[in-house]
Design a protein around this ligand. Structure first.
Ligand code: LLP
Length: 410
């Protein structure tokens, strides 16, 4: 499933001791396994090999250019949600004709940029946006390819902040509105309606909401009586953080393929977390172990600015010492140096006894880890490393203090 394991109490990534990297570099640092990334991509690709499909990796999960280049080499496309992500996808060599662009707030500049680059299609989230794309494409004497993002209004079990497929969520359009757009398609002269897009949320472990929403949308497409080429079923496949039992790529494909196979549609998938989530860890050093009140606090050198998921979503991440030297377990709060009580990675967590100077690994941090990092508390963003077999390489330098003031006018 992933390429991190313990050997005689020592954490190994592929064939490299994590301690060797951590002790040679400044912490905190992100560490990814190249093999896990490519294995996960291949798993999904193979699972869908019996139908025409395109995997558009969702850059928001992790947009390190080295990783993107790796995915580009495997012929992945990209799901982008900003001009910046489009820039990075193109820079990494992902073909423009394999890039889809979603998001409720695309700006004029972003639309113009994407049209200039000739992306595969926009996933349109409002009529206002469709008018704007039509107008800009007209000015540019181009035809803009679009899919309409449908909000299927299905129940999805995940954190409320990352659920996107209920009618009260800001994403997409109801089937009725989408239907109206297709009926009025002739009034959008510079737009070519090519598909329908769905994305119902993230970290979804059951296939049911996916199949339910795909059924709804396929029914809608059939009733349209209009030739559509693409059905984009979005991302959202869940991974194991603790004891979840997410459906495998194989199970997911087996549930989805029969619903779309005979329809002559080409499928787009937009996985993010599934590809990179378990391919990365955040390595941090214990600064202090302090007792206060009735609690033990393990203060580490990573903070919520490096990995915000526990603070923002109450997300669980497994945390273990990089070298397990002790056998005694304690219960502790594992906290960062930032001046907020919300700056924690775990609370009242059982962990093997550690001391100042030890390294801890925070697991399943490859997705929405670095990509959500900030410089809050004026903390430079940390470095990123990639393990490739028995070698490792730096794929992003740690920021310097000077980076913190770049662009500031004083
Ligand atoms: N496609 C669209 C249109 C999306 O909005 C997203 C994620 C994806 C694909 C990829 O979803 P994935 O396969 O990674 O679940 N920061 C949150 C997750 C936010 C997801 C936003 N959209 C977290 O840390 O859990």
């Amino acid at each position: 499933m992933h390429d991190f394991h313990y050997l005689n109490g020592e954490l190994i990534c592929e064939k490299v001791k994590v301690n060797d990297i951590a002790s040679q570099s400044k912490t905190p640092l992100y560490l990814y396994s190249r093999k896990t990334v490519s294995d996960h991509y291949r798993k999904l690709n193979t699972a869908f090999s019996s139908i025409p499909h395109l995997i558009c990796y969702s850059l928001k999960a992790n947009s390190n250019i080295y990783l993107l280049k790796l995915l580009a080499e495997m012929e992945a496309g990209a799901d982008v949600t900003s001009g910046g992500e489009l820039f990075k996808a193109l820079l990494s060599g992902i073909a423009p004709g394999k890039i889809v662009y979603a998001g409720v707030g695309k700006t004029q500049d972003e639309i113009t940029y994407a049209l200039n680059k000739g992306i595969l299609m926009f996933n349109v989230e409002s009529i206002q946006e469709l008018h704007l794309i039509n107008e800009i494409a007209g000015r540019m004497k181009k035809k803009a390819a679009v899919a309409i993002r449908v909000n299927p209004d299905v129940e999805v079990e995940t954190h409320a902040y990352i659920r996107t497929g209920k009618s009260e969520d800001k994403f997409g359009l109801t089937i009725d509105i989408a239907d109206n757009i297709f009926k009025k398609r002739d009034s959008f002269h510079n737009v070519e309606l090519k598909g329908v897009h769905l994305h119902i949320g993230s970290q979804i472990t059951s296939v049911t909401p996916f199949t339910e929403s795909i059924r709804k949308v396929v029914g809608f497409i059939e009733a349209l009586n209009f030739e559509l080429k693409w059905l984009n079923i979005g991302g959202g496949l869940g991974i194991i953080y603790r004891d979840e039992k997410p459906s495998t790529a194989e199970e997911f494909a087996q549930a989805v393929i029969p619903l779309v196979k005979e329809r002559g549609l080409k499928i787009i998938l937009e996985p993010g977390r599934f590809i990179v989530g378990n391919a990365g860890i955040l390595v941090t050093k214990v600064l202090y172990v302090k007792e206060s009140g009735s609690r033990t606090f393990i203060v580490v050198d990573a903070g919520m600015n490096d990995l915000i998921r526990p603070s923002l979503y109450g997300a669980y991440h497994e945390i273990k010492p990089v070298q397990m030297r002790e056998s005694e377990e304690i219960a502790a709060d594992i906290v960062g140096p930032i001046c907020e009580t919300g700056d924690f990675f775990a609370r009242d967590r059982k962990i093997l006894k550690v001391k100042s100077g030890d390294f801890l690994a925070i697991f399943s941090a490859g997705a929405y880890g670095f990509s959500m990092a900030s410089t809050y508390n004026s903390r430079p963003r940390c470095s990123e490393f990639l393990v490739e077999g028995d070698k490792f390489r730096l794929i992003r330098e740690r920021e310097q203090y000077e980076d913190l003031i770049r662009g500031e006018i004083y």
